[in-house]
Design a protein. Structure first.
Length: 263
C-alpha cells in the first residue's frame, strides 16, 4: 500500500471513529434528558431536534428553532390556563404580570438548568462552553423540549411536566407580582397552605365622620395578625393583609402600628 492510500485510509478511519463517538455522545444525552424530565419518547427524533442548537445541526430545519416556536405557545397556554383556574380572585392585570414573570427567558433558563437540560444540549464546535451556556440558548432548549413532549405525549403530559417544573416559580411570582393586592395574595396563600379563608376584624375607628381612620387586623384559622390603620376600611384591610403576609414569612412589618392612633 503506497503512502497516499495509507494516508487516505487512516484519515477515513479517523473520521469514522469521530462520527461514531459523536453518535454515541448524542445517544447518551438523549437518554440522560429522558431520565431528567421523567418521560420516555416514542419518537426519539423529536427530542434530538429539541436538544440540537443550530450550530450542531446539519441544516436549520434539523435544529430546535421550529420546536422553540411551538413550545413558546404551549408554555404560554399552559401557564395562562393554570393561573386562571388556580387564582380566581386575581384580575386580568394581576394574571398578566404573574404570567410574564413565569414565562420569561430568565425563568425558563433558570428552570432548564435546575432540571439539567444544559447537560443534554447538542451544539457545534463553534459554541464553546466555559462555565455555562448563554441563558438564551438554554431557555430556547427548554421551550423546544416542551414542544417535543407536547407533540409526542399530548397536552396533559406537557401540562403535568410544566406544573411540576414551574410550581415554585408560580408561587414566587404570585407573591411578588401580586404585591399591590395583598388581600388576594393572602387569600390564595391561606387557602393553599391551610385551607382557610382570611377574615378581617375591625378593632378601632377614630376621627370625625368625614375623616375617619380604621384599625383592622387579619384573622386566619383563629390566629390574629398585627393590625394596621387605613383612611378607609378597604385600605386598612389591604395593609392588614400585608402585615399578615410579612408575619407568615417572618419578615419586617410593612405597616407597623404607631404608638398612638392617627388624628
Amino acid at each position: 500500500m503506497d503512502d497516499a492510500v495509507a494516508s487516505t485510509t487512516v484519515g477515513a478511519l479517523g473520521v469514522s471513529a469521530s462520527v461514531s463517538a459523536s453518535v454515541s455522545e448524542h445517544a447518551d444525552k438523549l437518554e440522560l434528558c429522558q431520565q431528567l424530565i421523567g418521560y420516555q419518547f416514542n419518537n426519539i427524533e423529536l427530542l434530538r431536534n429539541a436538544l440540537t442548537h443550530a450550530s450542531g445541526a446539519a441544516h436549520r430545519l434539523a435544529s430546535n428553532e421550529r420546536l422553540e416556536f411551538l413550545g413558546d405557545s404551549v408554555l404560554g397556554f399552559v401557564v395562562c390556563s393554570w393561573l386562571y383556574e388556580a387564582y380566581p380572585e386575581y384580575s386580568e392585570g394581576d394574571l398578566t404580570k404573574i404570567k410574564s414573570a413565569v414565562v420569561s427567558r430568565r425563568t425558563c433558563g433558570k428552570v432548564a438548568c435546575q432540571i439539567g437540560l444544559d447537560q443534554c444540549l447538542i451544539v457545534g464546535r463553534g459554541v464553546t462552553r466555559n462555565r455555562s451556556y448563554p441563558r438564551s440558548l438554554v431557555s430556547d432548549a427548554f421551550e423546544s423540549v416542551i414542544a417535543a413532549v407536547y407533540l409526542d405525549g399530548g397536552h396533559e403530559v406537557a401540562r403535568d411536566r410544566l406544573q411540576s417544573w414551574l410550581k415554585s416559580e408560580v408561587e414566587m411570582a404570585v407573591e411578588s407580582q401580586g404585591a399591590s393586592n395583598y388581600k388576594s395574595t393572602l387569600q390564595q396563600r391561606a387557602q393553599r397552605d391551610i385551607a382557610c379563608t382570611p377574615l378581617y376584624r375591625l378593632k378601632q375607628e377614630t376621627g370625625p365622620d368625614h375623616c375617619k381612620s380604621f384599625l383592622i387586623s387579619a384573622v386566619i384559622d383563629g390566629k390574629e395578625y398585627t393590625a394596621a390603620w387605613g383612611n378607609n376600611k378597604k385600605e386598612a384591610e389591604q395593609k392588614a393583609a400585608a402585615n399578615a403576609l410579612a408575619e407568615m414569612s417572618k419578615q419586617n412589618l410593612p405597616f407597623p402600628l404607631p404608638e398612638s392612633p392617627p388624628e
